[in-house]
Design a protein around this ligand. Structure first.
Ligand code: TYD
Length: 139
């Protein structure tokens, strides 16, 4: 399978905006409105032990919105040439991850929740879990 020629500069943090209220805020993500793909799956990562890192893979096709639903963490994006560290710490900010990029997540704060809105259902064949293979496919 061919890996997309995407770069770290294709990823950006989107302010999804919020419905502000003195008694609490609401952030809405709606297919066809404020997300550049249709959401097929939502998963969240939590109870990450202090000092632990997650990710360590790339995807052929999967596109994602990564949100710090609670607390904070960093996403390190890598296109084989450039690396970019993005800190997420507000529930209204979503990192738009395009396919074809290596990613790692670290610096999880205590009690943080990493919510991911994904463009496809879970498919292990969409993963590249070997960094050397990723670099070869990126060339
Ligand atoms: P993985 O995506 O590698 O986690 P992370 O990027 O957070 O380190 O997923 C870890 C395991 O969880 C994987 O081997 C299978 C399972 N899993 C599912 O069954 N369905 C899913 O939607 C996801 C994201 C993971």
């Amino acid at each position: 399978m061919k890996l997309k020629t995407s770069s770290v500069y294709d990823c950006c943090v989107i302010d999804v905006s919020k419905v502000h209220n003195d008694s609490g805020n609401i952030t809405v993500v709606e297919n066809g409105h404020n997300i550049p793909f249709d959401v097929k799956r939502i998963y969240y990562l939590y109870d990450v032990p202090s000092g632990e890192a997650r990710g360590g893979h790339a995807h052929y096709e999967l596109e994602q919105f990564i949100v710090a639903a609670s607390g904070s963490f960093d996403v390190i994006i890598d296109d084989g040439i450039n690396k970019k560290r993005v800190s997420l710490n507000r529930p209204n900010l979503a990192l738009h991850m395009v396919p074809g990029l290596w990613r790692e997540l670290d610096s999880f704060s205590s009690g943080s929740i990493c919510m991911v809105l994904a463009s496809h259902k879970y498919d292990e064949t969409d993963y590249i879990r070997d960094y050397d293979k990723f670099l070869k496919l990126k060339k």
